[in-house]
Design a protein around this ligand. Structure first.
Ligand code: AMP
Ligand code: ZN
Ligand code: FE
Ligand code: FE
Length: 276
């Protein structure tokens, strides 16, 4: 039975709880899923608990946001060791950088006479890492803008007057970190990043797979990345990148999914590396 190895929960920018994701996956007839929240692992444990109750295999995962030469590259990590101290320290550093960034964004907004209280932004974010979407909501709540889109268009997008960078790993650092915590690193939705020239470099850094089966890939793109994976000796993975029904993205859990056979190949690779 198939697997969906790319799913987000409320612990990053998804709209469903990990428990709900597990229930939806079970209903869809999947036998395994990976929770792959952006730069956080908090959703994995609750998914594990619900998965054990319903008989669904949960692969511990993460999706790192990295950047190289202006291009955003997402690197998925599978079978990561959640107790690894180097991983926990890096995740803490990423979160801290995001937090400090909110203060900087609010300072920039203040210079534009928009008095957004950082604490308000953190309150809106709740248990999630605060980011630009929450700043946008704070601006909306104050009546400074009429929509989240307007907040991005006028102030927050990469060219906007209140834009602030945050610390990101480089793609090869992300691959290295995943390998260091005994996980398998996979290049997420390559056609979205549209930066195929980075694949040899990622492969040299220890990349294991390519997400050829992806909701945003049509047949042509899927086949294109299957051939690239063959060329570089990479395994194939797949997932929907489901962010929830209220996310505004028309994506369904398990569409596409990864075949049993390909999922088993990934697991075999993990077991091969981690035997002893
Ligand atoms: P951050 O991680 O804080 O930089 O925010 C990134 C998030 O902001 C993305 O995941 C999107 O959900 C959202 N976002 C980015 N650009 C836009 C935009 N132009 N309009 C609306 N939302 C956006
Ligand atoms: Zn996301
Ligand atoms: Fe992504
Ligand atoms: Fe994703």
């Amino acid at each position: 039975m198939p697997a969906d190895l790319h799913l987000h929960t409320i612990f990053s920018d998804g709209t469903e709880t990990p428990e709900m994701i597990v229930e939806l996956a079970k209903k869809k007839g999947l036998t395994a899923i990976a929770i792959t929240d952006h730069d956080v692992i908090a959703g994995i444990e609750p998914a594990h608990r619900r998965g054990a109750e319903l008989g669904l295999e949960i692969v511990p995962g993460i999706e790192f946001t990295s950047e190289a030469g202006g291009a955003e590259i997402h690197i998925l990590g599978y079978f990561i060791d959640l107790k690894n101290e180097a991983l926990l320290a890096k995740l803490a550093q990423l979160q801290k950088s995001r937090e400090e960034r909110i203060y900087k964004i609010c300072d920039k907004l203040k210079n534009l006479n928009l008095l957004v209280d950082p604490e308000k932004v953190f309150a809106i974010a709740g248990h999630r890492a605060a980011g630009r979407p929450h700043v946008a909501q704070a601006l909306l709540a104050r009546g400074d803008v009429k929509s989240v889109k307007e907040a991005f268009d006028r102030f927050l997008d990469n060219r906007g007057p209140a834009y602030v960078e945050h610390y990101k790993l480089s793609p090869t650092e992300a691959v290295g970190l995943i390998n260091a915590v005994k996980g398998l690193a996979v290049y997420a939705h390559p056609a979205v990043s549209n930066c195929d020239k980075i694949i040899p470099e990622l492969t040299a850094a220890g990349l294991t797979g390519i997400e050829a089966y992806y909701s945003g890939h049509d047949n042509y793109l899927t086949n294109f990345y299957i051939r690239l994976a063959e060329k570089y000796g990479l395994l194939l993975t797949g997932g929907s990148d489901f962010h929830g029904f209220k996310s505004g993205r028309e994506i369904n859990i398990g569409e596409p999914s990864l075949s049993d056979k390909l999922f088993q190949k990934l697991k075999d690779e993990y077991l091969r590396r981690n035997k002893s």
